[in-house]
Design a protein around this ligand. Structure first.
Ligand SMILES: *[C@@H]1O[C@H](CO)[C@@H](O)[C@H](O)[C@H]1NC(C)=O
Ligand SMILES: *[C@@H]1O[C@H](CO)[C@@H](O)[C@H](O)[C@H]1NC(C)=O
Length: 167
């Protein structure tokens, strides 16, 4: 009495497996197309820019035009930052820097995400300086995952990293 039979062991393993499978992450088939890679509750795609993509507004429109609810990338956790960086290593070869959907809001004196989500994670490479931050945006160095400030006029736009939470 008290010892588990082999049958209840396997029931236990099966239970654990089902639980893990039920975690709220999206499968690839939940993403808008094969261009999109799932991670946790979002899908991500690195889209080709064009000669018509001049600035942040165009970049956001490119994302929005590819999939409903899509927008330029927002990074809300260290895990998400690592996921993106590792995809640049394995899938998304090319750009040294990509634009983040972030801008410095001079009214409130803080960086904000365009999608209005809370800035609860940052990964700046450089120390804060006293440089004028008017019209400052942010990029990610794809090899290190570190973030760097850049003039919004000089955003890297050859490839745009987009994110969507829905289809
Ligand atoms: C979205 O982008 C992918 C990759 O560039 C492309 O293959 C696909 O046709 C685009 N879909 C739409 C609806 O624009
Ligand atoms: C950070 O904020 C986003 C969006 O508001 C939220 O979904 C996410 O759970 C938050 N992450 C952490 C680690 O607090």
């Amino acid at each position: 009495m008290g010892a588990l039979s082999p049958a209840s062991y396997s029931a236990c393993f099966l239970g654990g497996f089902l639980l893990a499978a039920a975690l709220p992450s999206l499968g690839a088939d939940a993403c808008p197309s094969i261009a999109w890679i799932p991670f946790e509750k979002s899908c991500y795609a690195l889209l080709q820019g064009s000669s018509e993509v001049y600035g942040m507004d165009d970049a956001r429109e490119l994302c929005q035009g590819n999939a409903s609810g899509a927008d330029i990338i927002t990074i809300n956790s260290k895990d998400e930052n690592i996921f993106i960086q590792s995809n640049f290593r394995s899938n998304w070869h090319g750009p040294e820097y990509i634009s983040l959907g972030m801008f410095f809001d001079t009214d409130d004196d803080i960086f904000k995400w365009y999608d209005d989500s809370k800035v609860n994670f940052t990964n700046w490479i450089e120390e804060d300086s006293n440089n004028e931050l008017l019209n400052t945006c942010a990029t990610m160095h794809t090899a290190s995952g570190g973030w760097k400030k850049v003039s919004c006029e000089h955003l890297p736009l050859t490839k745009i990293l987009c994110e969507t939470t829905g289809m």
